[in-house]
Design a protein around this ligand. Structure first.
Ligand code: BG6
Length: 515
C-alpha cells in the first residue's frame, strides 16, 4: 500500500488507533524493583531514566519504583537520594510537578541479598502495592548487583515466588546487567539459572550500547536505503574498524575491573554487538527474534586467525597526560594490585566465515585513558581498481569510508575523493557529514531510558538473547587463554594504545583511523 493511500484511511489516524506505532506506547501499570539501588548505575542511569520517562509522559500513572539495598533507610530517605540522582543526572529539564507525582510512587525495602526475611518483606510489599497502587501484579526486577550476587538474588526471587507470573495474570520480568558470566562455561551456568527461575521471554539482558540511537540507526541506514547495501560486502569493502575509546580510567571500579579487563568488559558485548549489526543480513521482519537470529548467525560465523600473536594485542595504561593533566597509570589506581596484568586496552582482528564477508578483516579496539571518548564504526572501502590520473595527483587520496559515529557528535560521515580547485587534476579526500544534532530538533533518549521502557513494554528487540551471549564468549575465551600468563603491552595515558596495536595493522598495509 502506498503512503498516500495509507494516510487517507481513517484507521491510520493516530488519535483513533492505539496500535499506531507513531504514538508513544505506555507500559501497563507495574513496579520496577531495583536491587543494588545505592550503586553507581542506579544513581547515574536508572533513577534518572525513570524521571526522564515520567517527564516525557511515558510511565503509566500506576507505576512504582521500589528500591532494595542494604541501608537503614525509610521511604523518605530513599526519596531524597532518588531526587538528588534525578536532578543531577537526568537528561530532560527538572519539573517539580513531575517529581511530585513520582514521589508518592517511590518505595524502599532495606535488606541484604542473603536475608530471607528482607525478601519476604519485599514480596509482601509487592502484594500490598497491587491494592494500594494498582500495579496489577506486574513487576520487573532489575539486578544492578555484582555478578557474584546474581545467583543469590535469583534464588530469593524463586524461593519467595516473586519470579512467577502473578496468579492474577500480572507479568514478572528480570533484567540482568552485563557481564553475562566470565567465560562460556559460567555464562551457560548463569543462563541456565536465569532460565530456571524465569521463562525465556521474560529475561532481558542489558547491553546498553543497543539502546543508543546511532546504533539503531545503523539498521535504518543499511535497510531503509538502496545506496549502501549493494556495496556492503567483500567485493567492495576492504576492512571494517570498530573503535570504542574512552578518556576516563577505571574510576572507582578497581574491584570489578581488575577481575574483568577490557576484553570481558566491553569487547565481549558492546563491540561484538556492533559487529553483528554491521555485518548481519536483512531480518525477515523487524521483530526481536528475527533481528536476534540474524545477529546470532554473524556471531557464530566469527573466525579468529590461527596465529593470534598476529591478530590480538592487549595493553595497560601507564602514567601519562590527558587534557593537560597528569594522570595515574593503571597500577597506581586505588585498589589495583601492584602486579596486576589486567588489560585496559584490547585490539583484535576477526574474520567472518560467510560469503558476504569472506576475507574482510574486522578490526575491533577498545581502551581506557585514550586521547578522547569516541565510539565509531568505519567501513573502509577498497580503492578504485584503476585511477586515470597522473600518479602524483592522487597521492593524498585514501580509501572511501563510511563512518557511523555512535558518540559523541552522533552522525554519519562519508569520506570520498574530490578534485582540489585549481588548474591541475589533484584529487584529495573530503568528508560529507550528517549530524543528528543539526538534522533533528528532538534530542535522543539516553540508552537506559529507551531500554527500561522496552523492558516495561515487554519488547526484547534490543536485548541480546542467551545464544548470542554464548556465541560471543566462544570468541573471547580463546583470546583470554592466549593472553593468560602474558604481560600486557604498555601505553602512556593519552596515547592511542600500545604501538603493537599499530603494528598489527601495519603488517597488513593498514592503519587505524584517528577518530
Ligand atoms: C560499560 C563498561 O559497559 O560501558 C564501562 O563496563 C564503560 O567500563 C562503559 O566505561 C561505557 O559506556 P558509554 O555509554 O559511556 O560509552
Amino acid at each position: 500500500m502506498n503512503r498516500q493511500r495509507a494516510a487517507d484511511l481513517p484507521h491510520t489516524n493516530p488519535l483513533r488507533d492505539p496500535r499506531d506505532r507513531r504514538l508513544p506506547r505506555v507500559p501497563e501499570p507495574c513496579a520496577l524493583v531495583v536491587f543494588g539501588v545505592t550503586g553507581d548505575l542506579a544513581r547515574k542511569k536508572l533513577i534518572p531514566a525513570v524521571y526522564d520517562l515520567a517527564n516525557r509522559g511515558l510511565l503509566p500513572t500506576d507505576f512504582v519504583l521500589l528500591g532494595f539495598a542494604r541501608r537503614d533507610w525509610d521511604h523518605g530517605a530513599f526519596e531524597d537520594v532518588a531526587k538528588n540522582a534525578a536532578r543531577e543526572h537526568s537528561r530532560t529539564p527538572w519539573r517539580q510537578d513531575v517529581w511530585r507525582r513520582l514521589i508518592g510512587n517511590i518505595k524502599f525495602v532495606p535488606g541484604a541479598f542473603d536475608d530471607d526475611a528482607a525478601f519476604d518483606q519485599l514480596a509482601a510489599t509487592l502484594g500490598q502495592l497491587r491494592d494500594s497502587h494498582g500495579i496489577r501484579g506486574n513487576a520487573a526486577f532489575y539486578l544492578s548487583v555484582p555478578p557474584t550476587m546474581f545467583p543469590v538474588v535469583l534464588r530469593q526471587l524463586a524461593r519467595t515466588g516473586m519470579a512467577d507470573n502473578d496468579r492474577s495474570g500480572g507479568w514478572r520480568r528480570v533484567v540482568v546487567e552485563k557481564p553475562f558470566g566470565h567465560d562460556l562455561d559460567s555464562s551457560r551456568e548463569l543462563n541456565a539459572l536465569v532460565d530456571d527461575v524465569f521463562t525465556a521471554p521474560d529475561v532481558f539482558r542489558i547491553d546498553h550500547y543497543l539502546g543508543k540511537e546511532t546504533v539503531q540507526n545503523l539498521l535504518a541506514l543499511r535497510f531503509a536505503n538502496t545506496l549502501f547495501e549493494p556495496v556492503w560486502n567483500a567485493n567492495y569493502v576492504d576492512s571494517v574498524q570498530i573503535t570504542m575509546a574512552e578518556d576516563v580510567g577505571i574510576e572507582s571500579r578497581a574491584a570489578f575491573y581488575d577481575r574483568t579487563g577490557a576484553a570481558r568488559d566491553v569487547l565481549q558485548n558492546h563491540l561484538l554487538q556492533l559487529l553483528a549489526l554491521t555485518a548481519m543480513e536483512e531480518p525477515v521482519e523487524f521483530t526481536a527474534d528475527a533481528i536476534r537470529t540474524e545477529k546470532l548467525k554473524v556471531l557464530r560465523a566469527i573466525t579468529l586467525p590461527r596465529d593470534l600473536a598476529d591478530a590480538a594485542v592487549r595493553g595497560q595504561y601507564a602514567q601519562g597526560w590527558l587534557a593537560g593533566e597528569r594522570v595515574n597509570g593503571y597500577l597506581q589506581e586505588k585498589d589495583v594490585p601492584a602486579e596486576s596484568t589486567t588489560e585496559t586496552f584490547a585490539a583484535v582482528r576477526l574474520g567472518l566465515g560467510t560469503r558476504r564477508w569472506a576475507g574482510v578483516p574486522f578490526y575491533l579496539r577498545t581502551g581506557k585513558r585514550l586521547p578522547r571518548r569516541v565510539t565509531e564504526i568505519a567501513v573502509v572501502f577498497r580503492q578504485a581498481p584503476h585511477l586515470p590520473f597522473v600518479a602524483t595527483d592522487t597521492e593524498e587520496l585514501g580509501h572511501n569510508q563510511l563512518v557511523i559515529r555512535v558518540q559523541p557528535d552522533e552522525g554519519v560521515t562519508m569520506k570520498f575523493g574530490s578534485k582540489v580547485p585549481g588548474s591541475t587534476m589533484e584529487v584529495r579526500d573530503v568528508a560529507m557529514d550528517f549530524l543528528y544534532g543539526e538534522q533533528f530538533t528532538e534530542s535522543s533518549p539516553e540508552a537506559y531510558e529507551r531500554l527500561l521502557l522496552d523492558v516495561l513494554l515487554g519488547d526484547a528487540t534490543l536485548f541480546p538473547r542467551n545464544d548470542e551471549v554464548e556465541a560471543s564468549w566462544r570468541v573471547i575465551d580463546p583470546l583470554e587463554e592466549f593472553w593468560t600468563g602474558t604481560q600486557p603491552f604498555q601505553y602512556r595515558a593519552g596515547e592511542w594504545g600500545p604501538k603493537e596495536a599499530d603494528q598489527m595493522l601495519g603488517r597488513h598495509g593498514r592503519r587505524w583511523r584517528r577518530p
